[in-house]
Design a protein around this ligand. Sequence first.
Ligand SMILES: [Zn+2]
Ligand SMILES: [Zn+2]
Length: 172
Amino acid sequence: MKDHFKDISQIIGEPGEELSFSGEVTLEPVKLGEELIETPSPLHVDVLVSGINDGVIIKGNAFGKVRLRCSRCLAKFDYEASTSIDELATEDIESVAKDEVFPIVDGKIDLAPIVYQNLMVEIPMQALCADNCAGICPECGKNLNDNPHKHAKEEFDERLAPLKKYLEENRS
Ligand SMILES: [Zn+2]
Ligand SMILES: [Zn+2]
């Protein structure tokens, strides 16, 4: 069984009963829009799962590295993300569909979508690899962090030189 599935069968519908899970959880990559979101290493998850009449409450937090693409230089980098978790899960599939609660299947909750959904809210839409990311060279498209450079103005003048010469020679 993958480590993000947790057996909570003994506390479903048992108010006052609790189970806690603390440790590393390995998440498979998820697609967010066009981008595949990966976690380069397992995330640390601490949750307390409490029984309620029609399911369980999952409360706690999660943190770890999420691999993102810098919105300025487009390079991938590891972002330190953390989130709190406060969710409900139920075996009642009808309310899973309409109330945005998580399903309990075969007495188990899947922490992966619970962690991802909460983590995604904390991740900036325009993530930067560094506050002072130099971005991409507008002239040649190279990453200016890896390869800092400037294009000399002379280069530009040089390319125009034949035209300048032609215009001078043909001036009436
Ligand atoms: Zn960057
Ligand atoms: Zn350049």
